[in-house]
Ligand binder design. Structure first.
Ligand SMILES: [Zn+2]
Length: 185
C-alpha cells in the first residue's frame, strides 16, 4: 500500500481505520518489514522500516510503503524521476550520472527500464492510441510530458509513482510482485 503520510498511516493503522485493498477488511498492526536504506538526492541514505498491517478478514499482510519509495529500487522516486525527466529533455546518461553522483550503469538501467515500461504507462494515461498518429516522440518522452501535465498540485515524481504502481522503472531481473507485499522479506 502506498502511503503519502507515513505518520498519519501509522495512527490510522493503530486506530483500525485502514482497510485491506482487496477485501475491505480492517487492518491490524503486524510488525514491520525489513529495514531498507534509500538513497535520496545529495544526502546520506535514509533508513526506512515500513510498517506492516494484517487484514483481520482475509489474513493478507500489507506493507505501508512511503510513496517516495520505488519497489525494488534503492534510490528514492524523486531522484529517479529527475533522471528520467532530464533525459527526456536531452541530457545524456553520463551527465545525469555525474549530477546525481550515481554509477552510469545505474542510470542507464533506469532509462532502459523506463523505455520498456513507457508504452504501458502511456496507456495508463489514456494516451496509448495517440502515439502512432503523433509520430516521432518516443513513448518515454510522451510519458514525462503527460506526468508533468498531470502534476499541477503535487510533484511530478509522485504522479509517476502512483500511475505506475511504484514500478516506474520496472526491474526486469526480478519476478513480478504484487503491490501489497512488494517489500516483505
Ligand atoms: Zn483482506
Amino acid at each position: 500500500m502506498r502511503v503519502v503520510d507515513p505518520a498519519g498511516a501509522e495512527r490510522a493503522l493503530a486506530a483500525g481505520r485502514l482497510r485491506c485493498p482487496p477485501c475491505g477488511g480492517r487492518l491490524r498492526p503486524w510488525g514491520s518489514a525489513r529495514i531498507r536504506d534509500i538513497r535520496v538526492a545529495g544526502a546520506r541514505p535514509v533508513s526506512v522500516r515500513p510498517r506492516r498491517g494484517r487484514c483481520v478478514a482475509c489474513g493478507m499482510t500489507h506493507v505501508l510503503v512511503p510513496v517516495w519509495m520505488l519497489a525494488r529500487r534503492a534510490d528514492a522516486a524523486p531522484v529517479v524521476w529527475w533522471a528520467l525527466a532530464a533525459h527526456a529533455r536531452g541530457l545524456g546518461y553520463r551527465r545525469i550520472a555525474q549530477r546525481l553522483r550515481r554509477p552510469q550503469t545505474t542510470v542507464r538501467g533506469w532509462l532502459r527500464a523506463f523505455r520498456s515500461s513507457a508504452p504501458a504507462l502511456l496507456s495508463a494515461f489514456g494516451l496509448g492510441a495517440v502515439r502512432p498518429a503523433g509520430g516521432r516522440v518516443p513513448a518515454a518522452v510522451a510519458v514525462v510530458r503527460a506526468v508533468e501535465r498531470a502534476a499541477r498540485s503535487v510533484p511530478a515524481w509522485r504522479v509517476s509513482v502512483l500511475v505506475s504502481g511504484s514500478l516506474l522503472v520496472r526491474n526486469t531481473n526480478q519476478p513480478h510482485v504484487s503491490g501489497s507485499s512488494q517489500l516483505a522479506p
